[in-house]
Design a protein around this ligand. Structure first.
Ligand SMILES: Cc1cc2nc3c(=O)[nH]c(=O)nc-3n(C[C@H](O)[C@H](O)[C@H](O)COP(=O)(O)OP(=O)(O)OC[C@H]3O[C@@H](n4cnc5c(N)ncnc54)[C@H](O)[C@@H]3O)c2cc1C
Length: 288
């Protein structure tokens, strides 16, 4: 790594960022009991939605509401738009009820993504908690597609129980390759789980990466991200090489309504991915 990586700044390139475009559900996959993946294609056909890993779209369940959801697919295959969503409330519940060929509005992509290209030359440590693996998956795809440019690449993933593990088959494939080190842990072991037990931060001290030449990308509940940063710092990773995704509530996604504004910072357009040293003061503020 030659210099401190800078964020990838990419904002919506659509001429009308406030206007949802109709997409139809092409495929639905139930990932866990409360989490599902939708594969979408534009109703009008043709247009590909290019995106950077870490960016999100506003998904509009017609007649119910609109929510920000990160893109969880492969940036090299933008023809199909992939979103992995946990059902928590009215809009995500309506999305879960969609059937094949049903319509959904899409605005985006929005926001600043993970520093995948600037991290070339460094080791990469990806720390994900629960649904936090979804916004990080495009970064993993992009890194693996250009694997020779990176040092060691480590994925540390934690969930509450084994039943909450996302993308199981892919995790197994990644683990059986030689180019990505995958460690999974659960808070509570159940069934025939024989893997690690404990929160994801416990994996950091023994993970194989060089802390002095590493870029860390972290996504999960805010409490998990705080403790992850502490552990990474204890291991010797510089704060300016740690990136977090702040998935706080937002409305317009284009820095207009102020719903996600903290002082001069808008989560929607300056984030959701931030360098930790620029985020420290923001993390101290509770969500409004
Ligand atoms: C940039 C960004 C990217 C996101 N990416 C994803 C993703 O890839 N997959 C995914 O499942 N979710 C993601 N989220 C969270 C998702 O937007 C919310 O879960 C969704 O808005 C909930 O809407 P709802 O109407 O279903 O629930 P609501 O009725 O609005 O909320 C249900 C409960 O969830 C809480 N909640 C709502 N939004 C959030 C939030 N952002 N963070 C924490 N708690 C929240 C509410 O306070 C309430 O307790 C992302 C959020 C942001 C800001």
């Amino acid at each position: 790594m030659s210099t401190t990586p800078t964020e990838v700044r990419t904002t919506a390139t659509t001429p009308e960022p406030m206007l949802p475009r109709p997409y139809r559900v092409q495929r639905i996959r139930q990932e866990t009991s409360d989490t599902f993946t939708l594969e979408l294609e534009p109703e009008s056909g043709g247009q590909e939605l290019e995106f950077a890993p870490g960016q999100f779209n506003m998904l509009y369940a017609f007649g119910v509401g609109e929510v920000p959801i990160s893109i969880s697919g492969d940036p090299i295959r933008p023809a199909i738009l992939v979103h992995t969503t946990r059902e928590v409330g009215a809009v995500t519940r309506a999305m879960r009820k969609l059937k094949r060929w049903d319509s959904l509005g899409v605005r985006g992509p929005f926001g600043v993504g993970w520093p995948v290209v600037p991290a070339r030359g460094a080791d990469v440590v990806i720390v994900a908690g629960g649904i936090g693996l979804a916004p990080l998956r495009p970064a993993l795809y992009q890194i693996l597609a250009a694997r020779k440019y990176y040092g060691r690449v480590v994925l540390l993933y934690g969930t509450r129980t084994p039943a909450d593990i996302l993308f199981r088959r892919e995790l197994q494939q990644w683990r059986s390759g030689f180019d990505l080190e995958v460690h999974v842990t659960v808070d509570r072991a159940m069934g025939n789980w024989r893997g690690n037990v404990g929160v994801v931060t416990t994996l950091i001290s023994r993970a194989p990466f060089d802390p002095h030449s590493s870029v860390a990308m972290v996504c999960g509940p805010e409490i998990m991200m705080r403790f992850t940063v502490q552990e990474l710092e204890r291991r010797g990773v510089a704060l300016e090489n740690i990136y977090l995704s702040m998935e706080r509530n937002m409305k317009c996604a284009v820095g207009f309504c102020g719903h996600c504004q903290f002082g001069p910072t808008f989560i929607c357009k300056d984030g959701p991915v931030f360098r930790y040293d620029r985020l420290q003061s923001l993390l101290a503020i509770r969500e409004i």
